[in-house]
Design a protein around this ligand. Structure first.
Ligand code: UDP
Ligand code: MG
Length: 305
């Protein structure tokens, strides 16, 4: 049987990690299991709890960051350290039903899939506005980016070693894992599941942090905003050309009895706004290039075992 490594990013999850480990080890799984906890610079007792678990049970390993580097960095660090032939990623808060692990392993080992991923069918319990923007994000990504993300896909999936190596081979520092999984390809079995409530603790995602995350996702996998920028430029130039023609003929016919201050100020404001908008989009991509060229490590390790 192939060994299964479970990568678990944990940020202030003191209340959940112990229960997580006992739930997972209590599962009737055929595969030998190891858990790799990634303490993402927690301020509570997450690291101490994880260390205690690791001291008691050799199937638990951990890596701890020097500060909070974010879930994407934590996932990357965990995937780098996972030793198993099968690797799963799961949240520490037990929102990802551990019972699905068996189905995922079966899909890969028996049915020959390369990945098995959970996707939720409902977004119950989520604010309506957040759901609306989430759907909008998936629709936009689907239409305008290099990858087609599945609406409702979660960071809960199992992969073969081959897929993990492909994911790790992508060296970008703006890591949008959902897009990366799609980009590397391979055959994925989607397993539908219900949305579950957190067992303990609180979510680390606010509306605006999710918004920033989706902007990073779009920048990482799409150049459509740049195309929109060019399109806006072309449209406003065409508009200006027609307007100029109209002004010219008006001048020919009527002369220039009143100076057109209102029109002028409207045009100036509109074009000024458009230009700033377009420059802003360019700036986002330039910032992306800037970040990538620095080649900073994704995280700094404080301790691990
Ligand atoms: N997480 C992390 N670093 C962060 C934020 C979150 O490692 O900066 C972990 C967190 O501990 C949890 C998972 O990522 O295991 C998902 O986070 P959360 O439950 O807050 O997100 P939600 O389920 O509300 O989308
Ligand atoms: Mg959660």
């Amino acid at each position: 049987m192939k060994t299964l490594s479970i990568v678990v990013p944990a940020y202030n999850e003191e209340a959940s990690v112990e229960k997580f480990a006992s739930t997972v080890f209590g599962l009737p799984l055929a595969n030998p299991v190891e858990i790799v906890f990634v303490d993402d610079g927690s301020a509570d007792g997450t690291l101490e709890t994880v260390k205690r678990l690791a001291a008691k049970d050799s199937r638990v390993r951990y890596v701890s960051f020097s500060r909070n580097f974010g879930k994407e960095a934590a996932l990357f660090a965990g995937l780098t350290r996972a030793k198993g032939e099968l690797v799963a990623t799961m949240d520490a808060d037990l929102q990802h039903d551990p019972a699905l692990l068996a189905q995922m392993a079966e899909a890969i080992e028996r049915d020959g899939y390369d990945c098995a991923a959970a996707c939720r069918t409902t977004r119950t319990g989520e604010p309506a506005l957040r759901s609306y923007f989430a759907h909008l994000f998936y629709a936009l990504m689907d239409r305008y980016s290099d990858v087609s993300l599945r609406d409702g896909s979660m960071d809960y999936r199992m992969m073969t070693r081959q897929v993990v190596d492909a994911v790790l081979a992508l060296g970008e520092s703006n890591r949008f894992t959902k897009g990366i999984y799609q980009w590397v390809g391979f055959r994925t079995k989607w397993i539908e599941c219900e949305n579950r409530e957190r067992e303990a603790g609180v979510t680390k995602w606010s509306f605006w942090s999710l918004f920033a995350y989706s902007v990073r996702g779009i920048l990482a996998f799409s150049t459509a905003p740049l195309q929109i920028a060019s399109l806006l430029g072309i449209l406003s130039t065409c508009g200006a050309f027609f307007y100029m023609t109209w002004v010219f003929f008006k001048w020919l016919i009527y002369g220039d009895p009143v100076s057109g201050w209102p029109t002028l100020i409207c045009v100036v404001l509109l074009l000024g706004g458009l230009q700033l908008f377009v420059i802003g989009i360019l700036g986002l991509y330039v910032a992306g290039i800037f970040r990538e060229t620095k080649r900073r490590p994704l995280y700094v390790v404080k301790e691990e075992c």
